[in-house]
Design a protein around this ligand. Structure first.
Ligand code: ATP
Ligand code: MG
Length: 813
């Protein structure tokens, strides 16, 4: 949404989403199970509940071991294991994990191991099956099924090349044509198939095809290949035993039936394959006399898609193999290994999966939903501790004690079972650099420390800043303060005013240095690749920042050393203990977990989530950018609660003149405009106007330019602003929004009744969301005046004249 075209796309996507999104608030919860997850009823649970014979249900999770599992797979795991929990009241686990390992070219034990580990982590050791199933262990039976089909005239060996086969297959609108090999007699087919199996034909020379119907409207039924030759290929389970391998579509229904699966749940892309699966099982049982323990019923549900990330093994492999990330467990990845390392707990994922629900409607869920759940669950499970990420030294000049004193604090404010921790306090401490405002005029509502002012050190004393010691660049390097010894443990002396600002601190001698990794989204576009076709174009270059030199209180170090021992011992003994199991709420900072790169010498913490949603949701309380550095918000741990600018005060809308416009060389819809916003140099603004206005029409025109968005590349050209357009009544482009008559270039627009306090640059997620909310709310009223959703009219900051449009009653885009 950095310039007009994506914004426009975004709006239409949002609209579409609003229509398609399954209700995120839960439907009526049907059952809360032992594991603490509430399962809402959904169409699958209804089907299962209504089964005629209430015998136990058997499901399976069938990954192909050709990549790491991601959060999409978590949905599938949770659906399958969740239904087991709900419907098998005897507590017996009848959900299998089955490696659908029919393609040795792409599969490996490396992936089998990761899938096993990740699934086990997610559902927990107790619920995890003792034995991992694999399709390859059924190869003998699957092979005999193939021979039976051949003997019964239901399959034939073909020598067509893939191209020839494609040619004869026909299209969605035209029927296919029979292969010349289709009517070979069964004995001939059987002989050839057995030769294939013995390795007497080279890879790719022959295939076995099911004989179904070349004119079926469903292309999957046009004699699909069910076996192929792969000679000289070693399978991780069966070694060199086989020269032929069943195709997924053939082995999958057979494996389900062999395993006694009652409900075979899969994602919607397999809907069109269901008739083929039915054909395979019907043919084998009815025409070939084969018997299976069950006849699985397939039910399809929609895939999970997450905004600002990719859920596709192929794309994830690309990110890993091309070193865009550190590895499969990079904490920015949506892989289960990645989110585990980041510090997301299994309960958060399970709760998230139950909340997004199960339906047949495609959904594209905001990652923030998962973060919300993580916050909710970690609030209950995270120990509290003090960490100062960017330390500023404070010396308490009147502190008499030579050594340190300890303050006892609860490890969890709401749960006594967590016990207490000792936090040492002394003459020299650190506070967060951003908790001190250096200057005469702190922002309105800033309640933390200023020169001459007071602040409360959380659970300790009130201090007063007497003097600021500076380096040669005038930067504060130490605060000389006095403390009030009557105020220990949070006490406010009688008759005195409560000090409002509260900050966390650590003692300088006993705190421990650590690294803190702050993560941002891995992609900067909601649908990575939607603009350019290549998802890699949308990688966010600022998705991680590692801060070394943070300092944590000593109790954290003690916990970590103990936990590192536990992890080390667990790895030997095979139990399930991960670094990220140790997680904290670092007060006023966010939820953090121990990273797997930690050592006894150096602790590293990953930020799992911030304390509050910085991407949106709450109108106020957004982090404000200043000089490119994000100031921490107060309030999270009972501290500051600084008031910051409202959304609509943060955006810089400037009267601008378009000096020139030219066609973008690589994008038909885009124009590259030179725009004067009253700065020394014109800005380059890429706008999706080509279909609506000619370059001549645009040249010289006045417009409103959003001037404090982070520049973004649009098809290779960096756009440094965004022009606002108006939709006519029918949703089509109706013209540019124009500043009031007579407005000068560079003149700033604001909303009536609000101040104009634009961010230097709207770069953080919170800022981007704030901007989106503002544009979302913009409308042109019936008089042509432009208003925000809050009814505040858009006016020139200097003259107060209203910004109007010729179009009356349209949206802004
Ligand atoms: P990808 O599309 O990421 O490459 P896949 O579907 O090929 O994944 P499989 O190993 O075949 O991966 O998936 C195992 C199971 O997980 C299948 O039943 C599949 O339907 C399900 N699954 C995969 N991705 C998702 C998703 N995004 N949402 C829900 N279920 C999923
Ligand atoms: Mg698949």
């Amino acid at each position: 949404m950095k310039a007009s075209l994506p914004r426009h796309l975004l709006l239409s996507t949002l609209l579409a989403l609003a229509l398609l999104h399954p209700a995120l608030p839960l439907t009526v919860p049907s059952k809360t199970t032992k594991t603490g997850v509430t399962y809402p009823t959904n169409f699958i649970s209804k089907i299962i509940a209504d089964r005629p014979d209430p015998t136990p249900v058997c499901m399976r999770f069938p990954p192909e071991p050709n990549g790491f599992l991601h959060i999409g797979h978590a949905k599938s795991i949770c659906v399958n294991f969740g239904l087991n929990e709900q419907f098998n009241e005897d507590g017996v686990m009848r959900t299998n994990v089955r490696m659908d390992d029919t393609n040795p070219l792409k599969e490996s034990p490396f992936y089998v191991d990761s899938i096993t580990k990740d699934t086990r982590w997610l559902i927990g050791k107790a619920a995890f099956p003792n034995k991992i199933m694999s399709t390859s262990s059924y190869f003998d039976e699957i092979y005999s099924c193939a021979e039976k089909l051949i003997s019964n005239g239901l399959a034939y060996v073909d020598d067509l090349s893939p191209d020839e086969m494609r040619e004869l297959r026909g299209t969605l609108t035209s029927p296919g044509h029979n292969s010349p090999n289709r009517d070979k007699i069964p004995t001939e087919n059987l002989r050839l198939f057995q030769e294939m199996t013995r390795g007497e034909h080279p890879t790719g020379s022959l295939t076995l095809r099911a004989k179904i119907d070349m004119s079926s409207p469903n292309l999957n039924l046009r004699d699909p290949v069910i076996y192929r030759i792969l000679t000289n290929t070693t399978h991780h389970n069966t070694g060199d035993k086989w020269n032929v391998y069943p195709m997924y579509d053939f082995s999958h229904p057979i494996s389900d039936a062999i395993e006694g699966i009652t409900h075979s749940l899969c994602t919607l892309e397999f809907e069109d394959h269901r008739v083929l699966y039915d054909w395979v099982l019907d043919s084998l049982t009815q025409s070939c006399g084969h018997s299976f323990p069950t006849r699985p019923r397939q039910i399809e549900f929609s895939r999970l898609n997450l905004k600002y990330t990719v859920l596709s093994k192929r794309k994830l492999i690309q990110l890993v193999e091309q070193n865009h990330v550190e590895g499969w467990d990079d904490p920015r990845l949506p892989t289960l290994s990645g989110v585990r390392r980041r510090g997301f707990q299994p309960l958060a994922l399970k709760t998230f999966c139950s909340r997004i629900g199960v339906s047949k409607t495609d959904s594209n869920i905001d990652f923030a939903e998962l973060e919300n759940v993580a916050r909710e669950t970690m609030d209950k499970t995270a120990r509290r501790a003090f960490v100062v990420v960017e330390p500023l030294k404070v010396t308490l000049t009147n502190y008499g004690l030579d050594g340190e004193e300890d303050f006892n604090m609860a490890r969890h404010p709401k749960d006594e079972s967590f016990g207490e921790r000792k936090v040492p306090f002394g003459k020299h401490i650190y506070i967060e650099e951003s908790d001190f405002f250096d200057g005469e005029n702190p922002p309105k509502g800033f309640k933390r420390l200023v020169a001459g002012g007071k602040v409360r050190l959380r659970n300790a004393y009130v201090i007063t800043c007497q003097e600021v010691v500076r380096d040669e660049n005038n930067k504060p390097i130490e605060l000389m303060c006095t403390y009030d010894d009557r105020t220990g443990n949070g006490v406010t002396p009688e008759g005195e005013k409560r000090v409002q600002g509260i900050v966390q601190w650590v003692s300088s001698s006993s705190s421990v240095t650590c690294d803190v990794a702050q993560y941002d989204r891995l992609f900067k576009a909601e649908l990575p690749g939607s603009a350019t076709g290549d998802f890699l174009d949308d990688i966010n270059p600022d998705s991680v920042s590692i801060i070394s030199g943070a300092r944590c209180e000593p109790s954290v170090q003690a916990d970590c050393l103990e936990h590192l021992d536990a992890v080390e011992n667990a790895e030997g003994g095979g139990a399930d203990v991960y670094h990220g199991d140790l997680h904290y709420q670092f007060e006023r900072q966010g939820y953090y977990a121990l990273d797997s790169s930690s050592s006894r010498e150096k602790l590293v913490f990953n930020r799992v989530v911030t304390l509050r949603d910085t991407w949106g949701g709450e109108a106020a309380g957004k982090a404000k950018q200043e000089g490119g550095k994000e100031r921490k918000r107060g309030g999270g741990g009972g501290g500051g609660g600084d008031e910051v600018a409202k959304d609509i005060e943060r955006v810089s809308f400037v009267a601008a003149q378009i000096k020139s416009a030219e066609q973008h060389p690589d994008a038909e819809a885009l124009l590259i405009c030179k725009v004067d916003v009253g700065e020394e140099e014109d800005r380059v603004v890429v706008a999706g106007l080509a279909a609506h206005m000619s370059c001549e029409e645009l040249t010289g025109k006045m417009a409103i330019c959003v001037a404090n968005l982070k520049p973004s590349k649009m098809r290779g050209v960096e756009s440094q602003g965004m022009l606002l357009g108006v939709e006519d009544g029918g949703g089509d482009f109706g013209g540019l929004l124009e500043p009031p008559e007579g407005a000068g270039v560079g003149e700033v627009m604001k909303f009536e009744g609000f101040e104009n306090k634009p961010d230097t640059m709207m770069k953080s997620k919170g800022a981007v969301k704030a901007f989106e909310r503002v544009v979302e709310g913009l409308r042109v009223n019936r008089e042509g005046g432009c208003e925000s959703g809050e009814q505040a009219a858009f006016v020139s900051a200097t003259t107060g004249a209203a910004v109007t449009s010729k179009i009356k009653g349209g949206n802004i885009r």
